[in-house]
Design a protein around this ligand. Structure first.
Ligand code: PHB
Length: 555
């Protein structure tokens, strides 16, 4: 059974009004997700059973939407696709309200803490504060686990109907090795009756244990976070450890009380939460609608693009939308929006209430989120640096501040213009480099003072006068870039711009360097600076999407 395909997907007949290209597009995205974010086009052909020409058109359309990058024979998911999972997480609101408590508990216990929601007969993570040591596998936001192999599972099962149990039994029979759950190692033993007993116990205790159900050594204890309005389980908080630090019994004795305390605080937060203010629905999300067929190319699958746009109509304050609201937000005709919603309902990505209000389901996280949820800033920047290098035919790099130095975190080289070798990890004094000046221009005053306390001349041109250096930083702040000529190495000219996160903080600097003889300063500023700025903006756009519900490490 393909990953994440439920029995229902296979059994239920496809509604007549479902949009076939949207179903195929979702299948392609899911296969890419399960493959870890990269799959060759022929691999996709095999995994989906679609014709090669169809795979080409779908991946081409996803590439045009910025959700996939075509890299030789491979299709690669891009951070931008996280906006689909972000729409679900924003609509849910739980991560933005509860993440900080989960992170604080992880810090306090020095153990991993996670939040999970029910996804049919599985659990799906909506937050991970990971402190996991090398010895155990760790899950990502969006990963789906079979309920019976987790601690949150029995808690969610206390709310299962007879139909849910029947569904679960059927799935167990059809997939005894958990092949439908690519995030967990397959297994053969059957915890069937144990799980039903665990659910009975969970109802009495209001907490549950995972004593190495996923893999040897991995233990977890879980407590439900209840919705103050309905009393139902909003999500489940877990502390995860390893038997080398805590036995399952110790988890209960030492960690459970602390977890309970944190969950109590989470429930208080939920009680204090004002009702989601209904946010005016955006409009015109489906920018493709207006574009001509000629602009988009003959291969562009418009029904797929329109359908995917429907998911982005949802968000914070827009958790439940009517068909009219979806049509309005996307700018799509009602009939088109309706068919997309019918398709998503069929795929289990959207749920409809009795009065036909639509919500996203946790399964939306299966559309690309897990493999991208651990993306670092260098990962994210690299394709953009490659594109920049192709345009300007000069090396491009990304760097961060480490102590008083800059350290390269990503680099795409063309030819070697510097006598020194630069590789990822190389450090240079910040004060003498364009990258360093961009980073120092946004740094804390104490840090700047330290970095500038003892500047040494590295070439005859190196600025070493503290007043001149302070003025240089002021210039960088005012003009938004740094240009440094031959201060690090004779003959070397470098220009750098900042890369900012969602909050406007400079998280890295991006540069290109060349020999002074190749281009004048004026040419550099006129021709190269706009390309650098454009690249920084593209990286920042990815950082904004990827950093909304996950942390994007700077290195
Ligand atoms: C996790 O957060 O990784 C986790 C939570 C509960 C489990 C196992 C793992 O039972």
């Amino acid at each position: 059974m393909p990953a994440d395909t439920t029995l229902d997907d296979r059994a239920a007949t496809v509604p007549a009004e479902a949009v076939a290209p949207l179903i195929r597009g979702v299948a392609v995205v899911r296969q890419l997700t399960d493959a870890g974010g990269v799959l060759s086009l022929s691999g996709l052909e095999r995994a989906t059973g679609l014709a090669r020409s169809t795979v080409d058109r779908i991946t081409g359309t996803l590439a045009r939407m910025g959700y996939v990058r075509l890299d030789g024979r491979d299709a690669v998911l891009t951070p931008r696709i996280m906006e689909l999972g972000n729409a679900y997480l924003a609509a849910l609101r739980l991560p933005s309200v509860l993440d900080a408590r989960a992170d604080a508990l992880a810090d306090e216990l020095d153990e991993s803490v996670s939040l999970a929601v029910a996804d049919r007969d599985g659990i799906r993570f909506i937050h991970q504060a990971t402190r996991r040591r090398a010895m155990s596998l760790s899950f990502r936001i969006g990963d789906l686990l079979p309920a019976e192999r987790t601690a949150p599972g029995p808690l969610f099962a206390t709310e299962w109907t007879e139909r849910d149990w029947a569904y679960w039994r059927e799935r167990r029979a059809a997939d005894p090795e958990d092949r439908g759950f690519p995030a967990v190692p397959p297994h053969s033993s059957s915890p069937g009756p144990d799980f039903e007993r665990a659910a009975v116990r969970a109802r009495q205790d209001d907490w549950a244990l995972d004593d190495q159900l996923i893999e040897p050594g991995l233990v977890a204890v879980s407590v439900p976070v209840r919705d103050p309005g309905t009393g139902g389980i909003a999500c489940v908080a877990s502390v995860v450890s390893h038997t080398s630090r805590h036995t399952a019994a110790e988890l209960r004795g030492t960690l459970l009380p602390r977890l309970r305390g944190a969950v109590g605080a989470m429930e208080d937060d939920l009680r204090a939460l004002p009702r989601a203010e209904s946010v005016a629905v955006p409009s015109g999300l489906a920018t493709w609608t207006g574009a001509s067929k000629q602009e988009l190319g003959r291969e562009f699958v418009e029904s797929l693009a329109r359908g995917l746009t429907v998911l982005t109509a949802f968000g914070e304050g827009r958790a439940e939308l009517t068909l009219t609201e979806v049509a309005q937000a996307t700018g799509l005709p009602r009939a088109t929006a309706r068919r997309a919603l019918i398709t998503y309902e069929h795929l289990g990505l959207v749920a409809a209430s009795g009065d036909r209000r639509f919500t996203l389901t946790p399964r939306v996280l299966s559309l690309g989120f897990p493999p991208l949820s651990r993306t670092t800033l260098p990962d994210l920047a690299l394709p953009h640096l490659t594109a920049l290098t192709a345009r300007i035919h000069e090396s491009a790099s990304l760097a961060i501040l480490v102590g008083d130095d800059i350290q390269y975190t990503a680099r795409v080289a063309t030819s070697r213009v510097m006598s020194v070798n630069i590789a990822v990890g190389t450090r240079f004094p910040a004060y003498a480099t364009a990258l360093g000046r961009v980073l120092l221009a946004d740094a804390e005053p104490a840090r700047v003072q330290r970095a500038l306390r003892d500047p040494r001349p590295l070439t005859p041109h190196t600025l070493t006068d503290p007043v001149a250096l302070a003025a240089a930083l002021e210039t960088v702040r005012a003009q938004g870039y740094a240009l440094v000529d031959e201060e690090l190495e004779a003959g070397l000219r470098s220009i750098a711009v900042p890369v900012r996160d969602r909050t406007g903080r400079v998280v890295a600097a991006l540069n290109t360097a060349t020999h002074v003889a190749r281009r004048s300063v004026e040419e550099y500023v006129r021709d190269i600076l706009p390309e650098l700025t454009r690249t920084a903006s593209a990286v920042e756009a990815d950082v904004r999407v990827a950093g909304r519900f996950t942390r994007v490490p700077a290195s």
